[in-house]
Design a protein around this ligand. Structure first.
Ligand SMILES: NC(=O)c1ccc[n+]([C@@H]2O[C@H](COP(=O)([O-])OP(=O)(O)OC[C@H]3O[C@@H](n4cnc5c(N)ncnc54)[C@H](OP(=O)(O)O)[C@@H]3O)[C@@H](O)[C@H]2O)c1
Length: 363
């Protein structure tokens, strides 16, 4: 009797350990390009057995992953970087937590927060196995929203402000899409670095005052709607108090960009990093010639690919993390959806005039 009880307990222990080391993987995948809410499917066919991890393997669990415009463009098949084959798991950035690993304890421990840095490894999955060499460990005291949205938009804002013109204290930059994730980071970094940031947003019938108040709470001092750029009053009210912009940041295209180009300073640079209106960038001929404007493009993925091996990416992340810890860089307002609620999530992420970022989570 006693012998069988011991055997039973042993079996129970083994069985439980086995159960605890097996993880069902949910992945948001598409096997063809198209409308995200139609082509995305939640796949639950694989599971991970933690006892099978190989040396340097790290088993990670999703904490949160945003739905950015680039994710939507990728699922539509309209992006410069597409999965090597379909079906593929989508999601370009996200923060994960270490569950188990076969790396040294100095490198990583269960509970640590990590950012996978492999570009073509879809982040919209509940669990995954990644080599320790493809993970960046980050502190777990910066909030899930900040961590999940750290590696694309704030990094883009940082590079846009650092890499194109030398900005001195008191210089001015102007951006459209001022309420976008990138725009919010530009506002906050600009304030931190003593640069005047003029933010242009789209006019809206509802929620305008709340949006302007929100941007001001982030440190925005100059917020205008697109139509203001065409008004003579701006010359008297704004350009008589701060210098004309040396740098313009464009994520919209079409008329919003032509209008922005017209207010730049002589020899200024316009950097296009997004095309939310899906309209081309048209440079007004007179300003191009007489103001000697420079037009450039920026793509964070290219920058990361070129700087993958160096320490510059990690250095930038830690500088941004320090700003988050000092409350100088806040995450955008976020709305969380379970991976299983993906249809509602992608629809919400594509709604116009909506300043919240959609995050996918597993619990
Ligand atoms: N090149 C890069 O490396 C890089 C990196 C990050 C982001 N991006 C690009 O930057 C842009 C912003 O990204 P995000 O994550 O910051 O975006 P987000 O937080 O989703 O915000 C989207 C922004 O686009 C505006 N918008 C949407 N539809 C528009 C339209 N038809 N005309 C004018 N404005 C429109 C929105 O304004 P409303 O509130 O008025 O709708 C909002 O300001 C995207 O194009 C994205 O692909 C590029």
């Amino acid at each position: 009797m006693r012998f069988s009880l011991v055997l039973f307990k042993r079996f129970q222990t083994i069985f439980h350990t086995r159960l605890a080391s097996s993880y069902v993987v949910q992945e948001l995948q598409a096997d063809q390009y198209g409308v995200p809410s139609e082509v995305l499917k939640l796949n639950e066919t694989t599971s991970i057995d933690a006892s099978q991890l190989k040396p340097n393997d790290v088993l990670i669990k999703l904490l949160a992953s945003p739905i950015n415009p680039a994710d939507i463009n990728m699922i539509e098949g309209k992006y410069a970087l597409l999965p090597s084959s379909l079906p593929a798991t989508f999601g370009n950035e996200g923060v994960f937590q270490v569950v188990d690993h076969r790396a040294s304890d100095e490198q990583v421990r269960p509970g640590d927060w990590v950012l996978p840095k492999i570009l073509d490894w879809g982040k919209w999955r509940s669990y995954g196995i990644v080599s320790i060499n493809d993970l960046i460990k980050i502190p777990s005291d910066i909030g899930v929203e900040s961590a999940a949205t750290l590696s694309v938009n704030p990094c883009t804002a940082y590079r846009l402000l650092k890499d194109f013109v030398t900005l001195e204290k008191g210089d001015t930059i102007i951006q459209n899409g001022g309420n976008s994730g990138v725009g919010q980071a530009v506002i906050q970094l600009g304030k931190l670095w003593n640069i005047n940031v003029v933010s242009i947003i789209r006019n809206r019938e509802q929620g305008m005052n709340e949006l302007v108040d929100y941007l001001k709470s982030l440190g925005a001092e100059h917020v205008y709607v697109e139509e203001d750029l065409r008004k003579e009053t701006l010359r008297k009210t704004l350009w008589s108090t701060i210098p004309r912009p040396k740098l313009g940041l464009n994520c919209v295209g079409g008329r919003a960009t032509s209008d922005l180009l017209r207010v730049l300073d002589k020899s200024a640079t316009l950097v296009t990093y997004g095309g939310m209106s899906k309209q081309p960038v048209t440079v007004p001929t007179a300003e191009f010639i007489f103001n000697d404007l420079n037009c450039r493009g920026f793509w964070m993925s290219r920058w990361k690919a070129e700087n993958y091996k160096g320490s510059q990416f990690a250095q930038m992340l830690y500088e941004l993390i320090d700003s988050i810890r000092r409350n100088e860089l806040k995450a955008p307002q976020c709305e969380k959806f379970l991976l299983s609620d993906y249809k509602a999530a992608v629809e919400q992420a594509q709604k116009p005039l909506n300043t919240t970022k959609v995050l996918l989570t597993v619990e």
